[in-house]
Design a protein around this ligand. Structure first.
Ligand SMILES: NC(=O)c1ccc[n+]([C@@H]2O[C@H](COP(=O)([O-])OP(=O)(O)OC[C@H]3O[C@@H](n4cnc5c(N)ncnc54)[C@H](OP(=O)(O)O)[C@@H]3O)[C@@H](O)[C@H]2O)c1
Length: 288
């Protein structure tokens, strides 16, 4: 199967590397900046210079791009790839985008005679590297059957959560919990320090309690080191909370706490933390 991967950032380059290990796949890669393209070419992928060349013989095209505006520009802007895909080829967008955007991409793609599925992921840099991501797939059953073996090369849990757009919908829920858990944990631990507990003690004990989300054990390690190399960049968490607010508006659902969290991440981004891991919200709440 000819597979193309577009968007080789923190996540995409690792996901594409795992596809290379699938013996049924001939992989072509393409990215705005060329460093990760050269790395994957050295590992056995075919390199393409532009989006349209990248997809010309593809059966399946994956994208893992920053935000809805970037996805739309790469897919449908000048030199966009959808028009260059073969009839009946399948575009799978793994980027985190809002559900109404995803459905719009699906409609426009179908107008061109191509197919579309949304398959955003839960899991960050390490699961992407180890091939243990969770995929949240929205799309019809035939496309899902076609996709599943490819997703198995990159993930260990593949959930078909509904029709087009439902993968993006489910991902909104996941990141709503993720963003808020991180902020609640940070604020609580900072009070713990004021109450006389050491940071080390708090970071060792709090994440193991049943009241804590499991992912916090990893984030506690970053807080202890006081260093936040990006696994999930804080600027994308702010973007996801913005997309969540938009989605809640479209469905007339108040999201009091998520909107509060959104403004905390906005402040941290403005304070220069955008390319740190989102766990840096801890330091922002500590020092501003
Ligand atoms: N990191 C995580 O833990 C994680 C987990 C789940 C989902 N996600 C989602 O996955 C997506 C990618 O995340 P990431 O962490 O891999 O982000 P990233 O490292 O910042 O990579 C972003 C990708 O988008 C490309 N891009 C950005 N602006 C562009 C433009 N104007 N034109 C063309 N390409 C552009 C980048 O190209 P360059 O390489 O040239 O900059 C890169 O390939 C985001 O939607 C994010 O919310 C991330």
């Amino acid at each position: 199967m000819n597979v193309t991967f577009i968007g080789l950032g923190i996540m995409g380059r690792r996901m594409a590397a795992n596809l290379l290990d699938n013996p049924d796949v001939t992989l072509t890669v393409c990215n705005r900046s060329l460093g990760p393209v050269a790395e994957l070419e050295a590992a056995g992928a075919r390199a393409a210079d532009d989006w349209t060349t990248a997809v010309r013989d593809a059966d399946v095209v994956f994208t893992m791009l920053a935000s809805p505006d970037v996805v739309e520009a790469v897919a449908f802007g000048d030199g966009g790839f959808v028009a260059a895909m073969r009839d009946g080829a399948l575009w799978v967008d793994c980027s985190t985008v809002n559900p109404s955007f995803s459905r719009r991409m699906a409609e426009r793609t179908r107008e061109h005679g191509r197919r579309f599925a949304d398959a955003p992921v839960a899991g960050t840099r390490q699961p992407a590297e180890e091939g243990t991501l969770t995929f949240l797939v929205g799309g019809d059953s035939a496309d899902y059957q076609r996709l599943e073996p490819l997703l198995r090369s990159m993930g260990e849990k593949i959930l078909h959560v509904g029709d087009t757009g439902q993968g993006a919908s489910f991902k909104m829920l996941v990141n709503a919990m993720l963003a808020q858990s991180m902020a609640v944990y940070s604020e609580t631990a900072l009070l713990g320090e004021k109450l006389g507990f050491s940071r080390d003690f708090l970071m060792q004990t709090l994440p193991g309690l049943p009241v804590s989300a499991p992912f916090l054990a990893g984030k506690a390690g970053l807080i202890r080191q006081g260093d936040y190399p990006p696994q999930f960049p804080l600027e994308w968490m702010h973007k996801d909370l913005h997309l969540l607010a938009l989605t809640a508006y479209e469905h007339d659902q108040p999201m009091h706490l998520a909107n509060l969290a959104k403004e905390l991440y906005a402040g941290a981004k403005q304070a220069g933390r955008g390319r740190d891991d989102f766990a840096a919200i801890f330091e922002y709440l500590d020092n501003g």
